[in-house]
Design a protein around this ligand. Structure first.
Ligand SMILES: [Zn+2]
Length: 225
């Protein structure tokens, strides 16, 4: 059983790293952001609540996030463990979480804010099929059009300078104490998120004493997209 938390500001690439761990070790990738998006897209009550909060410039409260994560973990479909992404958000949650689940490590992806800005502002999303693009490293063949369905590419509503500045600020002030707490418990594994995907993945695996990751798998998983 492997139980990990992955931390890093939105746009640091933690989703990609978590997915690679998920695929190879049969872990459940529990991403708070993905759960939000799923709820918004399938128009659940929770989705409507989240959408209202975000569009009014607010943030989803720690309590809602905690409820979502607890509910998700109680499904117990993680026979081999999990990679939790987007939680805990504060020290109280972190303390409680550490008592309830025996966490093996906290992977912290470190990426300078300037790099995060560049990456996030280059993100695009197909307005029809939802496929992700990035104008820096995952460009569409035709400008502003989806390769698969031809749909118009758009930015996520909260991927703008102003929202991003707020997000980065909130992230740093809120997660600093949580990181310190995990550090005191000697759980933190720090990786440089500006390196290549396979290099980062192998640094994570070395630190976690997991079998190495082969670059062929990178190509295979890239081809699957
Ligand atoms: Zn599309």
């Amino acid at each position: 059983m492997h139980k990990y938390v992955i931390m890093g500001v939105q746009g640091c690439g933690k989703g990609t790293q978590a997915k690679l761990l998920e695929e190879d070790f049969d872990l459940a990738h529990i991403s708070v952001g993905d759960i939000f998006r799923w709820n918004i897209q399938t128009h659940t009550k929770l989705g409507a609540r989240i959408k209202r909060l975000i569009s009014s410039g607010g943030l989803v409260s720690d309590d809602i996030v905690e409820e979502i994560v607890q509910r998700r973990l109680r499904q117990h479909d993680w026979n081999y463990g999990f990679v939790l992404d987007g939680f805990p958000r504060n020290n109280r949650q972190a303390e409680f979480f550490l008592e309830s689940y025996d966490i093996d490590a906290v992977i912290r992806m470190v990426v300078p804010d300037a790099v995060v800005r560049e990456r996030v502002l280059a993100r695009r999303l197909c307005s029809q099929c939802g496929l992700d693009y990035n104008l820096i490293y995952l460009r569409p063949k035709v400008e502003d059009a989806c390769d698969v369905c031809g749909g118009k590419l758009v930015q996520r509503a909260d991927d703008n300078q102003k929202a991003l500045t707020e997000r980065l600020q909130t992230y740093h002030t809120k997660t600093a104490p949580v990181i310190n707490l995990f550090r005191r418990k000697e759980l933190i594994v720090e990786v440089d998120g500006t390196k290549a995907i396979d290099v980062i993945q192998n640094e994570i695996r070395t630190a976690l004493r997991l079998p190495a990751y082969s670059p062929e798998e990178v190509r295979a998983s890239a081809a699957k997209r």
